[in-house]
Ligand binder design. Structure first.
Ligand SMILES: CCCC(=O)SCCNC(=O)CCNC(=O)[C@H](O)C(C)(C)COP(=O)(O)OP(=O)(O)OC[C@H]1O[C@@H](n2cnc3c(N)ncnc32)[C@H](O)[C@@H]1OP(=O)(O)O
Length: 367
């Protein structure tokens, strides 16, 4: 039985649902210098170095992989990457819910690596989910490129993008809370595959999936309080749900780090750790995705996810259209936003962010 959320018109009507940035801020892209201009500030205009979030599909389009990629900065998230993440989540909502048919005899679902556009070959059935048609979406992996997950907000981009709407703590909080919760609510199981650092906002991102798999190099740390802040990307509520009250407080207040080397602490935060030398992506594939791929019916996988999501209260996060976060009735979400706005941009936060940037720059300076 498919849960009511999956049958909601949002998932079965034709056409793209507007991404949240488009909904809230129609002129968002127009107001920001183009990605090209931003890219030109990167070493040798090297395409590889341009910050981006890619989306690719494997196993006959049944597994989606979101990859955060800002290699020069340990995959810190720029504002542009936040927008791309939003667009990819919109693609995934469509991929994971709409029944699709092939129009050209090629693959059923032709969403290409890194593309944020709808494929012309992806035709949604307009009215109801056709129970005979197949949608083989099964799992989503969120990971980082080049041996790190994500070092949080890109502090350099933040300092140099004064005109970007997401520079406002309030807009960034709305955007990232919405995007990460939409990712969390997607109707197939999701996994964060973490190599290296997941810090600050990066640690928050790791909570927006159903499972967390670490490689032995992983270090997950909520450094917000040391930056004079509290979680601002929707990760506070999800962390408490994941590890419980006391452990969440320890991680948030004392910066207690979950490390791939320290299995003892993994117990409630992570669901698996890779073998020595194994990447988090490979470990996630082996430990979680493979068993899911072996199951006989993808529809049953999504049915189970909908049961668990509903039992866990995901339905309470969005309005009945699945479009807007319910800050007015969801007290935990409202409190998290209120707490973040009470500290973000305040004196202590500004000072700590400045000191962090200075430290990062000093590290680079020759002795
Ligand atoms: C609501 C969201 C709130 C937030 O997310 S606030 C941001 C929280 N994140 C942080 O404070 C992380 C700061 N970074 C670090 O502590 C360290 O870089 C980190 C992640 C432990 C990695 O250490 P190492 O492996 O030794 O690498 P490193 O320090 O030499 O850094 C390598 C290059 O990456 C850069 N980087 C790292 N984190 C960054 C960030 N968040 N924003 C912008 N740039 C960042 C760093 O400046 C350095 O660049 P470069 O090679 O000197 O040009």
């Amino acid at each position: 039985m498919i849960g009511p959320r999956l049958l909601h018109p949002k998932y079965v009507t034709i056409g793209w649902r507007k991404s949240c940035s488009q909904r809230w801020m129609p002129s968002l892209k127009a107001m920001h210098p183009t990605n090209k201009a931003f890219a030109s500030s990167y070493a040798n205009n090297d395409e590889e170095q341009i910050p981006k979030v890619t989306l690719s599909f494997r196993h006959d389009n049944s597994v989606a992989i979101l990859t955060l990629c800002n290699p020069q900065r340990r995959n810190a998230l720029t504002f542009s990457m936040m927008e791309q993440l939003d667009e990819h989540v919109t693609t995934l909502e469509r991929w994971a819910t709409l029944v699709t048919v092939a129009t050209d005899g090629m693959t059923r679902c032709d969403i290409t690596n890194g593309s944020t556009d709808a494929s012309p070959n992806l035709i949604p059935i307009e009215s109801e989910i056709d129970s005979n048609a197949e949608n083989n979406s099964r799992a989503i992996i969120l990971t980082g490129a080049h041996g790190n997950f994500c070092s949080g907000l890109d502090l350099h981009d933040h300092a140099h993008s004064k005109n970007h709407p997401l520079q406002s703590g309030s807009q960034m909080n709305l955007h990232m809370t919405q995007v990460t919760n939409r990712l969390h609510c997607l109707p197939v199981p999701s996994i964060s595959a973490i190599d290296g650092h997941a810090m600050g906002g990066g640690a928050e991102l790791s909570t927006c999936t159903d499972f967390v798999v670490l490689s032995t190099s992983a270090r997950v740390q909520f450094v917000h309080v040391r930056r004079g802040a509290s979680p601002g990307w929707g990760g506070g509520r999800r962390l408490v749900k994941r590890v419980g009250r006391a452990k969440a407080l320890k991680m948030l207040l004392m910066g207690e780090c979950v490390s791939g080397q320290d299995e003892g602490r993994l117990l409630s935060f992570a669901d698996g750790v890779g073998q020595e030398g194994e990447s988090a992506l490979d470990a996630a594939m082996r430990l979680i995705v493979r068993p899911i791929l072996e199951l006989p019916c993808s529809k049953a996988i999504r049915a189970v996810k909908s049961v668990v999501s509903a039992a866990d209260g995901d339905e309470d996060v969005f309005d009945s259209q699945g479009m807007t976060i319910l800050y007015d009735t969801n007290k935990a979400l409202a409190a998290e936003r209120g707490a973040f706005l009470s500290v973000w941009g305040g004196d202590s936060n500004l000072k700590q962010i400045r000191l962090t940037k200075e430290k990062l720059t000093e590290k680079k300076a020759p002795p």
